[in-house]
Design a protein around this ligand. Structure first.
Ligand code: ADP
Ligand code: NI
Length: 218
């Protein structure tokens, strides 16, 4: 295996994210990479190389933007890493982590429960919370030209991944449909503690938003 597999992977991933939507760009990946390293060190377990590579490669092909192909990201990642000479066991494991990491409208049942998976999933989820999570949500909503807020459209529970992806619901609804649920889905103690702080900040934001949205109640 190449000794510079991490820097090679950084270059590969950065080239893929040229011109990407702002909430889902290289800087999201970089934060997830650093956060995954931090959680790994706090928890004191998990294979470092697997965690770093999974974090770096977790979003290189998003089914929301690639026509719904759930396998494309893991395929591209394992093709790239095979070229770097990564061993077959790690390749296999990384493919599974990347395939299962995203939320897809619910907590899709699957058998990937490794600590490496849990750490990278926590790092990814943390980036959807707090101040950054709020910024990313409205950026995504703007990119998709979704309304910010529309009191006539109720919060929805999506039956499957495709109805979740197809939703045109206002961005404020996304907090109730996904973001406020994440703190109870965290895998590690480190992730949970960080998620709770970010959760409280989002509640504060939503409360302030609600008051500003109803001047008639002042
Ligand atoms: P990731 O792939 O990083 O796990 P997602 O692809 O689900 O997360 O979402 C990327 C970012 O876009 C997140 O911050 C998420 O909250 C936001 N986002 C996804 N779907 C919506 C939506 N329907 N409305 C507003 N924001 C959304
Ligand atoms: Ni992500």
């Amino acid at each position: 295996m190449s000794a510079s597999v991490i820097p090679h992977t950084v270059t590969f991933v950065r080239s893929i994210f040229e011109g990407a939507e702002g909430g889902h760009d290289w800087f999201h990946t970089e934060r997830v990479w650093k956060m995954a390293r931090y959680i790994r060190d706090q928890e004191g377990k998990g294979d470092r190389l697997t965690i770093e590579l999974a974090a770096l490669l977790h979003d290189i092909s998003d089914p929301k933007f690639n026509g719904g192909d759930e396998e494309a990201g893991s395929r591209m990642a394992t093709d790239f890493l095979a070229g770097e000479g990564l061993d077959a066991d790690r390749l296999d494991h990384l493919g599974r982590i990347i395939r299962h990491i995203s939320f897809k409208g619910g907590n899709t049942p699957h058998s990937e429960t490794s600590i490496e998976f849990q750490i990278v999933q926590d790092a990814d989820r943390l980036d959807a919370l707090g101040a950054i999570g709020i910024a990313r949500a409205f950026n995504y909503g703007g990119f998709k030209n979704l309304p910010i807020y529309d009191p006539a459209i109720p919060v929805t529970a999506y039956a499957d991944a495709s109805s979740y992806y197809a939703s045109r619901a206002p961005t404020i609804n996304h907090f109730h449909e996904k973001l406020l649920k994440l703190k109870d889905l965290m895998n590690t103690a480190t992730g949970k503690a960080l998620a709770e702080e970010r959760h409280r900040f989002m509640l504060l934001f939503l409360e302030q938003f609600r008051r500003e949205a109803r001047p008639e109640e002042l």
